[in-house]
Write a protein that binds this ligand. Structure first.
Ligand code: BDR
Ligand code: CA
Length: 314
């Protein structure tokens, strides 16, 4: 089955692997890629995206830069996770690809309007671009088949104890997207954190002669350091790439549909996705809840097999 998608990214180590997977998967057609500030400033995100497309010899795919900062909060300095370049230790050559001269919101609009069928938007970044799109052109929600987003959690957070980075970065944007009426599929930390790659596999990749294999090895070789102990974790993760794996092979995941909201209040809970898994619900407020299909479990070995067999040359 062909999946016609727009990707919204903040490339980013794991967004890079997600793009590589999507380009190489025979059932995925990428109509456009929109970039947003998140893992790094938007100009760096856009540049990294073009370089990654070069690396996998992708056909011409329109790429545009979008929001420079969250809807109401100031732009944040890049975190340490993705390194100064946003791609960890991976160094990629200068790209001769060029970006579209329009804002990402306009690129998404044009792409939705010219596509023959409604498109799926796969977001692996803060939802700022999509919120701007849905507020500016609400009528376009009919042209979006669904929004599959990496973000949130039904359990623990990573940016804070309870909030996942993409949602925490711009909670108001998440609120707008959640309340848009567009069908939602959430790929949160409940599965994201479970798709782990061990050190032996990373060493194997890094030693390969093929440049894409070496690049994936280098991306995965970027250590994830536990700030509490200062120690690197003994594994790496394919991260955002698991989101596209869930698009092409949903049978490898368990999905459940639950009410979903995001906490906008200042304080420790800000940016937390609340997934209401009560069997009997008594609501004590009037907040309308969205409904989302949420990935809660995965056949992790099969997901890794799918990822590596797609991305690496046979
Ligand atoms: C998300 O945050 C970013 O650092 C990653 O690219 C991923 O999209 C995980 O919380
Ligand atoms: Ca990302």
């Amino acid at each position: 089955m062909a999946h016609h998608i727009i990707m919204d990214v903040d490339t980013g180590i794991d967004d890079a692997m997600s793009i590589m997977f999507a380009v190489r998967h025979p059932d995925v057609e990428i109509h456009a890629i929109s970039c947003v500030a998140g893992n790094g400033p938007v100009h760096q995100v856009a540049d990294n995206t073009l370089k990654v497309l070069d690396l996998v010899n992708a056909p011409e795919i329109p790429v545009a830069a979008g929001a420079r900062q969250p809807l109401i909060e100031p732009a944040r300095p890049p975190g340490a996770v993705h390194g100064a370049s946003g791609l960890g230790r991976l160094r990629l050559p200068h790209t001769s690809r060029t970006m579209e001269s329009v804002h990402a919101v306009e690129l998404i609009r044009r792409t939705l309007l010219t596509a023959e069928e409604p498109l799926t938007i796969v977001a692996s970044a803060p939802l700022t671009n999509l919120a701007l799109l849905l507020r500016t052109y609400p009528e376009l929600s009919e042209r979006i088949e669904r929004i599959l987003f990496m973000g949130g959690s039904a359990s623990v957070g990573n940016a804070t104890a309870v909030a996942e980075f993409n949602i925490w970065h711009d909670p108001e944007a998440a609120f707008i997207v959640f309340s848009s009426g567009v069908p939602l599929v959430m790929y949160g930390l409940d599965v994201f954190n479970r798709i782990r790659v061990d050190a032996a596999r990373i060493a194997e990749l890094t030693a390969c002669a093929d440049p894409v294999a070496t690049a994936v090895g280098s991306l995965l070789g970027n250590e994830i350091v536990d700030q509490a102990t200062g120690r690197a974790l003994p594994y790496s993760m394919i991260g955002d790439a698991g989101t596209i794996c869930a698009l092409v092979a949903p049978e490898l995941y368990s999905f459940e549909t639950w009410p979903l909201q995001v906490d906008l209040a200042p304080g420790l809970g800000r940016g937390q996705t609340q997934v209401d898994r009560r069997r009997t619900v008594y609501r004590r407020d009037d907040t309308p809840w969205a409904s989302a299909s949420i990935a809660l479990d995965a056949d992790t070995d099969s997901v890794l097999e799918l990822f590596f067999s797609t991305v690496l040359p046979q």
